[in-house]
Design a protein around this ligand. Structure first.
Ligand code: GLC
Length: 382
C-alpha cells in the first residue's frame, strides 16, 4: 500500500497519509462509525468491508457517476453488493474467499489424503498432530481458525453451518433460519476441536493469530483468506513451499463446500473536503494496474474479471485463477437481507457461537435464544 501511495503522490502531486487500523474488521467498523457520525474531516478515503455498505451508505458519497467509465471492469455481483438504493457507495478494491490450507509435506509423510469432510479434517489433524508431537514437536496443533468473538467468527461459523445444510443464518428473503438441528450439530462439531486439535487460545484468535501459529510451522491445517498464501511463501516463512490450499470441507456427503464471501472496497465520506482528489485516489487504487500489484505482492484477489486470465498472476499465485470459481459461488453473509441491522445480527450470532465453543450452554439452547433475539431485532421487517 505504501509503495502504491508513493506512486500516486508522484503522479498527482497530492499527499496521502495512511492511518493504521486494528486488524479486526469489527473494531474498524466501530471506529469508522464514530468518525463518520462525528463528521471527522481528517479521513478522506475509508477502506470498508463489503458487508458494511448498507449500514454506512447514508454517510458515503455516491460514486455512480464518477466511476461510470471504469465500473464495467469489475464483477457485477460485487458492484451490486456495494450499491444501495441505486447508488454505488464504495468502489471494489479486492475480493476474498477463504481456503483450507494444509501442510502438503506432513500429509505426504504420514500417507494422509486431503480431507473432504470436516470430520476427515479433524481425524487427519489429530493423527498428524499426535505423530509430530511424538516425534519431538510439543507445540504442534491440528487446525487453526478464527474463534474470537468478532466478525471473523461469523464467517467461519457460517461456513461450518452452510456446508452442513444448516442455511445462512438469515436467508435472502429475510427468514431467520438459524435455529435448526444441522446448524446446532455443525457448531457442536467445532466445539469438539477446541483444546483437542485447536489450541484453547483459539477462542481469542483472529486471522493474524491463526496465521502466526500456522506460519511458524505449528499447525497441520488452517482456515484463512488468500492473503495468507502470499505471506506463507515469503522468504523467511518456515512453511515456504510446504503447503497447498483446497476448498473448505463439507459437513456430510452430498452437501456443498461453503466459503464466506469477503472483500474490501474504498469509500469516501459525504462531507469530504476535496472530493475530486479523493475520487482520484480511489480510482487509482482500484484500477486494474494496482489490483494486479496487490494480487502479486499481497495475494489479494482482484475484483476485475480480466485479471483472472493474467499470465503473470497465474504464475506467481496459482490459486488466483482457480479462485474465480470459488468466489463466484461463495456464500454471502446476510448483510443485504438484514440491511441496517446486519452488525447486530452478526454480533448476536458470533456471541451465540462463541458461548457454545467456550462451553457456556449447548448449541441447541444458544441457537434457540439467538432466534428469539433476532426475531425481536427484526420486528415487522428488516
Ligand atoms: C476478511 C474479509 C472480510 C471479513 C473479515 C472478517 O478481511 O475480507 O470481508 O469481514 O475477514 O474477519
Amino acid at each position: 500500500m505504501r509503495d502504491q501511495i508513493k506512486e500516486f503522490e508522484e503522479r498527482t502531486g497530492h499527499t496521502v497519509n495512511i492511518v493504521a487500523m486494528p486488524s479486526s474488521s469489527s473494531e474498524q467498523f466501530g471506529q469508522y462509525r464514530l468518525w463518520l457520525a462525528a463528521r471527522n474531516t481528517d479521513i478522506d478515503v475509508y477502506r470498508v468491508d463489503i458487508i458494511w455498505a448498507p449500514q454506512l451508505a447514508s454517510q458515503l458519497l455516491n460514486l455512480t457517476e464518477t466511476t461510470a467509465d471504469i465500473i464495467g471492469q469489475h464483477f457485477p455481483s460485487i458492484v451490486e453488493s456495494q450499491t444501495v438504493d441505486g447508488k454505488l457507495v464504495a468502489l471494489p478494491f479486492f475480493t476474498d474467499a477463504p481456503a483450507l490450507y494444509y501442510r502438503k509435506d506432513l500429509l505426504e509423510k504420514y500417507g494422509a489424503s486431503v480431507p473432504e469432510t470436516w470430520d476427515e479434517m479433524a481425524a487427519t489433524a489429530k493423527m498428524v498432530m499426535d505423530k509430530e508431537r511424538e516425534a519431538g514437536n510439543p507445540d504442534m496443533w491440528g487446525f487453526v481458525f478464527q474463534g474470537k468473538a468478532y466478525e471473523g467468527l461469523t464467517c467461519d461459523a457460517l461456513e461450518w453451518i452452510a456446508s452442513s445444510g444448516g442455511g445462512q443464518i438469515v436467508e435472502a428473503d429475510g427468514t431467520i433460519s438459524i435455529n435448526n438441528p444441522d446448524a446446532a450439530a455443525a457448531i457442536e462439531r467445532a466445539k469438539g476441536w477446541v483444546g483437542t486439535i485447536s489450541p484453547p487460545g483459539m477462542l481469542a484468535y483472529g486471522e493474524e493469530e491463526s496465521r502466526g501459529v500456522w506460519q511458524i510451522g505449528n499447525s497441520v491445517f488452517m482456515r484463512n483468506w488468500p492473503y495468507a498464501y502470499a505471506l506463507g511463501n515469503e522468504g523467511h516463512s518456515a512453511i515456504k513451499g510446504k503447503f497447498d490450499v483446497t476448498t473448505l470441507p463439507i459437513g456430510k456427503e452430498g452437501s456443498r463446500s461453503a466459503a464466506t464471501l469477503g472483500g474490501w472496497s474504498l469509500a469516501i465520506p459525504k462531507f469530504v473536503k476535496d472530493p475530486e482528489a479523493a475520487v482520484e485516489l480511489v480510482k487509482f487504487l482500484a484500477s486494474p494496474e494496482q489490483q494486479k500489484v496487490r494480487a502479486l505482492v499481497a495475494g489479494n484477489l482482484p475484483t476485475i474479471k480480466s485479471l483472472y486470465g493474467d499470465a503473470e498472476i497465474a504464475e506467481k499465485l496459482p490459486i488466483i485463477p482457480l479462485w474465480e470459481a470459488v468466489f463466484q459461488n461463495a456464500v454471502p453473509r446476510p448483510a443485504a437481507a438484514t440491511k441496517l441491522k446486519y452488525n447486530e445480527v452478526s454480533n448476536n450470532f458470533w456471541t451465540a457461537v462463541h458461548k457454545t465453543l467456550s462451553g457456556e450452554g449447548t448449541a441447541a439452547d444458544n441457537l434457540t435464544a439467538l432466534e428469539i433475539q433476532l426475531t425481536r431485532l427484526k420486528g415487522t421487517a428488516w
